[in-house]
Structures are given as C-alpha cells and as structure tokens.
Design a protein around this ligand. Structure first.
Ligand SMILES: [Zn+2]
Length: 321
C-alpha cells in the first residue's frame, strides 16, 4: 500500500502522518507532538506495518534519546488504536466512556475473521475484503488505555500545553478532541472526515454537530480530521451544514413513516453531496439516527450496520430494513 514518505509539519513541534487515500476505510491521521525532551502521538495506525513505518519516519524528529511517552486515543476504533502496543511503556490516554465501550469494538481477531473467513461472495464478506483486506490483523493486539478521564484532561509535553476535551458521545461513545492552544491546532478525531462521507456509530448527528461547534469555538487555524487532508474553520462550517441537512432529511423520512433503508435510499438517489467518497456510509448514518429517533438505547451492532452498507454498495441499492 502507498504510505506517506514523511511527516508534514503542521506547526512548530507538530508533525502529521497523513496516509490519505480517499474512498477507503482505515487510513487515519496521526499527529506527533514534540517539545523539549518529550514526545506524544495522537492516535496510532491500524496495523503493525503502518505503525512501524510511522515510527521509522518519526525517529529523526524525536529529541536525542527520547521515545514517544504518551499516546492519546481520540476514540477507541481500531484504526486509531491498534498500533498502541508498539509503544511499550507509554501512557495511553482516552476517555473513560471510550474505555468502557472497548468491548463493543471489533477486535483484531474479529477483523481477521471478517476479512478472511466470511463468505467472499456475500456483500459483507466482499466489502470487508475490499476495504479492510489490505490491513494485517494477525499480529496486533488491542491495547487498552492506561489513563482515562471524563470532561477534560490537561497535559504538558515538554513545553507544549495539550488540552484533551471530551466531546462524546458523538462519532463513538467516548470521543475526545485535542487542542493545542499555542499552535491553534485541533485534532478532531472522527468527529470530522474530509473527502469522504463521514461514518458515525453512536450519534445522534446533533451531537456530532455540537462537537464541531466546540472545535470552532476554540478558534483554531488548522483542524486535523480523523481521515483526509487538513481542514480550515470554513471547511468545518461547511461540514456542519452537511450534518444538519442530513439530520433534517432523515428526520423527515422518519416522520413520514419510511423505514431507515427507504430513507437512506431516497437520500442517496438524490445524490446527496455526491462529490464525497463512500456514499454507502449514508446507510449507516441513517440507521444510527433512526435508533435515536426511535429511542432505541441498545448497543448498536457495528458489523450488522456495515453489512447493510455493503448491501447497498454492491448494487442492491434498496437494502432491506
Ligand atoms: Zn477512523
């Protein structure tokens, strides 16, 4: 796979590893923070080869003799955490809510099964191979956070102030954003996606929008989304319109008595923001939003949601409810 050949300096002491690849799942951004004799990393890649590639590129940027002593996980999806185990001895910080919902996340073993042992001729098996088959899940383990918090957690990496602000539940049950006030940079995690339709497993969309508002209120110049290229505050405002428009359309479908699948199919048939990649994520977003509109408080089944998106992606175009 095509991986970055370097880290890109976003601001003084901040270096971005951005694997890009619009129209794909799993290539998440990671931000290296270096100051004085210390270093931290916001999010870790999805598998061992990618994490080792990042570590090799980061090494010359680290102070002599220093290692990455702190990992921050913006949330606990595997594409932001499966590399945690390659930083032995580091503190791993996440929200308490994120840690409590780790059991909901597909493990590396489950992802390996999904990409190798599911029927390849059925939508989910085919989709899993197409979008996740490029990663290696057989030699990583999910290493949980060692430090958790609720609300807010302030860190100092060398001389750099780092504020962790809980904004979940939104994308997941336990999202946080990372604010670097002196550099005017915010890492949004998967509250924000650039280039592709977003996917949100927890929702509702109003909570994701509220998290975007929190980001804007911090007055950043540069926003690092969970996936895709860097964003400006204007990009975030545009994305807020997307979220509100989508929430309105879903609610209208719900009010009209249509099923989640019918509503998603109608939104997709209209070409909603069709310049963005992975339109099948609308199927997931709609199903998740319906759960909130229906007052369904049970734990969402991520694999089942992905299966519905896969069904649409391969031409069913009208997935079963
Ligand atoms: Zn992600």
């Amino acid at each position: 796979m095509n991986l970055p050949d370097g880290l890109h300096q976003v601001a003084d002491g901040l270096h971005l590893w951005s694997p890009g690849h619009p129209g794909t799942w799993g290539f998440a951004n990671c931000l290296l923070i270096v100051s004085g004799t210390e270093a931290a990393l916001v999010d870790t890649p999805y598998d061992r080869p990618m994490t080792e590639a990042l570590i090799d590129l980061a090494r010359p940027l680290l102070p002599v003799g220093a290692t990455v002593g702190t990992i921050v996980n913006t949330h606990v999806n595997g594409d932001h955490t499966f590399g945690n185990g390659l930083f032995p001895g580091a503190d791993i910080i996440a929200t308490k809510a994120g840690a409590e919902h780790l059991c909901r996340e597909p493990s590396p073993q489950q992802m390996h099964f999904l990409t190798h042992a599911t029927p390849a001729d059925e939508p989910l098996g085919r989709y899993a191979r197409e979008h996740f088959g490029r990663y290696r899940y057989d030699d990583v383990e999910a290493v949980p956070p060692t430090v958790t918090f609720a609300g807010r957690y302030d860190l100092r990496i060398g001389g750099t102030d780092v504020e962790l602000i809980e904004v979940g539940p939104a994308h997941s049950a336990g999202d946080l954003i990372v604010h670097l006030p002196a550099q005017r940079v915010v890492c949004a995690g998967d509250v924000l996606f650039a280039d592709d339709h977003p996917v949100h497993w927890n929702g509702p969309l109003s909570q994701v929008a509220a998290a975007c508002e929190t980001i804007l209120a911090l007055g950043p110049e540069v926003i690092v989304p969970g996936h895709g290229p860097l964003m400006t505050p204007a990009d975030v405002r545009r994305h807020l319109s997307y979220l509100r428009e989508l929430a309105e359309r879903i609610e209208a479908g719900h009010t009209a008595g249509r099923t989640a699948s019918e509503t998603a199919a109608a939104i997709l048939a209209d070409g909603f923001h069709d310049h963005l990649g992975l339109p099948e994520r609308i199927v997931i977003l709609t199903a998740v939003e319906y759960r909130h509109l229906d007052g369904d408080l049970s734990e969402p089944d991520l694999i089942q949601l992905a299966g519905r998106a896969a069904q649409w992606a391969y031409g069913a175009r009208a997935p079963r409810a």
